[in-house]
Design a protein around this ligand. Structure first.
Ligand code: C2E
Ligand code: MG
Ligand code: MG
Length: 652
């Protein structure tokens, strides 16, 4: 008995300490089996009604009526609990439900107990008394197990039903009935013990299953997070995005998908290492998440691609978000004493106009992104429902390019460059050609930008340098080889080793190699470009500024950069024989280059008049269809072996 009391005390403490979520599960267990509640209510309701009618006692009848009424209310309450989804249950709701259940249960038990007491006291009919006693005791026994999840309710019900019954039996002053009363009291003690034990088992099972569910939830959350940046990964993005698209069917919202691709990320990775690249990705993700993560979805779709999903009013709103994203991405990220900067290209699609399901919207945002990248870096583009063959072709070419080198689809042609003073070939420019199995011959003007975008230019360009050096090593030693170098290659990490490797394996002397870079390298990341050009010059390899005049660099840049040669762009040569302004520009450039100690080469000479004019401007060398078209390695080799009598002299 003392053990029971101390367990009851312990129960009071532990019941207050259990977490709200566990309590919620236990309260739910009260409603778990409405069938037993209904059967219990119907059978005891029926028996009490019969006993009341047979007894013809008004008090018993009132009590029986009250029992039927409470039973009906409890059935309605249980039915309502089934309709309400438990997921929505809050702590307050749980408490309300528990109070409701407890009131009904205690009221019902007390009424049954009183009903038993009244039957024992106010009737002499042994059968009616038997019916009342067995119904009440049966109920009390059943309840101990059924409601053990909330032990205070179960224990109170047990006492409320049994104690009045025992009192009724004692009041009869009949030996056998007094014995039965004692037995009932012992039964109450035993049932209390069983209830407490059952409660312990239920509580333990609930806690274990909660713990398991929490661990499973944790694993599921981790599997949905991008390790590097902490934002949603592709899987989570897909799920959340689909849910948002579905919800769109039920309201008038518009949903904007911004697909973000970082510009020049690969360069940062190649130049400063993976840790710098990772820091940059994490920095960009954090900023996007701070700005859009609360209301919308921010995810890393892999590599340097991110997506932001947000609710918008209209397309202008989506564009404004796009501008914010570009600004956020462009802010520098500090890493290891460096300021890392990237830009971004953005593709935007807005549901429902640009698609009513996740797949269509993703496809269209991707198309818009492709178009944005096509228009240059740092651009954003809203999807427009126009079929774009050019985009399809660019994508196909990008895919075909992956293994083009392995399939041997690339080869080099060479265009001679002639010295105007000595009328001989001083150099040949290596020009890359791609003949694809599906698309045939593709112009470098088309495929080089694609290779620059997907980073393949580093591998392909490496092959070009090695191949050009190999072929040129068979030429006379006073003929140089000029190789075009993309800005991406110029800033790639192991350019120096690559050049040294190509020179060593071909046996070509360093001073015979010239690398041509375009003016755009003077505009972005000047420090890195300057360092790379210096490193090339230190190897004794020459550098040429290609296509001079097409960019926007000022002449003053020329003083800063260590070029040995300056190539005047074809656009100034085209109207050289008709436009005095072009003559003046070309003359100025040649004079300035001479003052800075640079050679000049004019490219794109197509007419004799252009050549004659250049001769008057004292240009050092010329290149163009008039003199020689780009030709295969074998032809240029034969031409050089012949000692190629050159026809640059006017009228010859
Ligand atoms: P670029 O370096 O300015 O090369 C000169 C381009 O002008 C070549 O076009 C050449 O065929 C063309 N050309 C030469 N003479 C004349 C002429 O008299 N009239 C006209 N209309 N055009 C002339 P191509 O071979 O189509 O190359 C285009 C551009 O592609 C090159 O311009 C260069 O920027 C790039 N490129 C070519 N090969 C490579 C390469 O191996 N690596 C890199 N990074 N870029 C390359
Ligand atoms: Mg060139
Ligand atoms: Mg050029």
């Amino acid at each position: 008995m003392t053990g029971l009391v101390s367990r009851l005390r312990q129960l009071r403490r532990s019941d207050q300490a259990i977490a709200a979520a566990v309590r919620e599960t236990l309260v739910e267990s009260l409603y778990a089996s409405p069938r037993s509640l209904v059967i219990g209510a119907l059978s005891s309701g029926a028996i009490t009604a019969i006993v009341a009618l047979m007894s013809a006692d008004r008090l018993i009848m009132v009590c029986a009526a009250a029992i039927v009424l409470v039973a009906a209310i409890r059935i309605v309450d249980a039915a309502r609990a089934r309709v309400e989804p438990s997921a929505e249950a809050t702590a307050r709701k749980t408490t309300r439900r528990e109070i409701l259940y407890r009131s009904g249960a205690l009221c019902y038990s007390a009424l049954l107990g009183i009903f038993g007491l009244l039957t024992l006291v106010r009737t002499d009919d042994g059968v009616l008394q038997l019916l009342a006693v067995t119904t009440t005791i049966g109920y009390a026994a059943g309840i101990a197990g059924r409601n053990a999840g909330r032990p205070w309710i179960a224990l109170s019900q047990l006492l409320f039903a049994s104690v009045p019954l025992a009192i009724g039996l004692f009041l009869s002053v009949e030996t056998l009935k007094i014995v039965l009363a004692v037995v009932i009291l012992l039964f109450v003690v035993a049932m209390m013990d069983i209830t407490l034990q059952t409660y312990g088992v239920i509580l333990k099972a609930t806690l274990v299953s909660r713990e398991k569910a929490a661990i499973a939830d944790h694993h599921a959350a981790v599997a949905r997070r991008d390790d590097l940046t902490g934002v949603a990964n592709r899987t989570a993005f897909r799920e959340q995005f689909e849910a948002r698209m579905q919800a769109l069917h039920y309201n008038d919202d518009r949903l904007a998908l911004h697909w973000i691709d970082l510009d020049r990320f690969k360069e940062i990775n190649d130049s400063f290492g993976h840790l710098a690249g990772n820091a940059l990705l994490a920095g960009v993700a954090r900023r996007l998440n701070d700005a859009f993560g609360t209301e919308g979805i921010v995810a890393r779709l892999g590599g340097d691609e991110f997506a932001v999903v947000s609710t918008v009013r209209d397309h202008d709103n989506a564009l404004a978000i796009g501008r914010t994203i570009l600004t956020l991405v462009e802010q520098p990220v500090h890493h290891d004493g460096r300021m890392l900067r990237v830009g971004a290209s953005l593709g935007i699609a807005v549901a429902p106009r640009d698609g009513t399901d996740a797949d269509t919207l993703l496809k269209n945002a991707d198309l818009a992104l492709y178009r944005a990248k096509d228009g240059g870096r740092g651009q954003m583009c809203v999807y427009e429902p126009v079929m774009d063959e050019k985009i399809e072709r660019s994508r196909d070419l990008a895919a075909e390019m992956q293994d083009a080198l392995v399939r041997g689809e690339f080869h080099l042609v060479f265009q001679p460059i002639f010295d105007l003073a000595g009328d001989r070939i001083v150099s040949c420019e290596a020009l890359l050609r791609w003949t694809n199995r599906r698309y045939g011959a593709i112009s470098p003007a088309e495929f080089i930008p694609i290779a620059e975008d997907n980073g393949l230019i580093v591998t392909i360009g490496g092959w070009v340098i090695r191949e050009a050096c190999r072929i040129a090593s068979a030429w006379p030693t006073d003929v140089q080889i000029a190789v075009n170098l993309s800005p991406v290659q110029l800033r790639s990490a192991n350019l120096t080793q690559l050049i040294l490797g190509a020179l060593a394996s071909s046996g070509l002397s360093a001073r015979r190699l010239e690398l041509e870079v375009t003016e755009s390298v003077l505009l972005e990341d000047i420090e890195a470009s300057l360092a790379a050009l210096d490193a090339i010059n230190r190897l004794d390899v020459q550098t040429t500024l290609d296509d001079f005049g097409t960019g926007y660099s000022s002449l003053s840049y020329l003083t800063k950069f260590p070029f040995q040669t300056l190539k005047i762009d074809r656009s100034f040569i085209v109207d050289l024989d008709q436009n005095p302004a072009s003559v003046a520009i070309v003359q100025t450039v040649i004079d300035l280059a001479a003052k800075l100690g640079m050679r000049t080469v004019a490219e794109g000479i197509e007419t004799q008049a252009q050549l004659d004019q250049l001769r008057r401007t004292r240009c050092d060398a010329v290149q163009g269809y008039l003199l020689a078209h780009p030709m295969p390695a074998s032809s240029v080799g034969a031409m050089l072996a012949d000692g190629a009598a050159v026809r640059t002299r006017s009228g010859s």
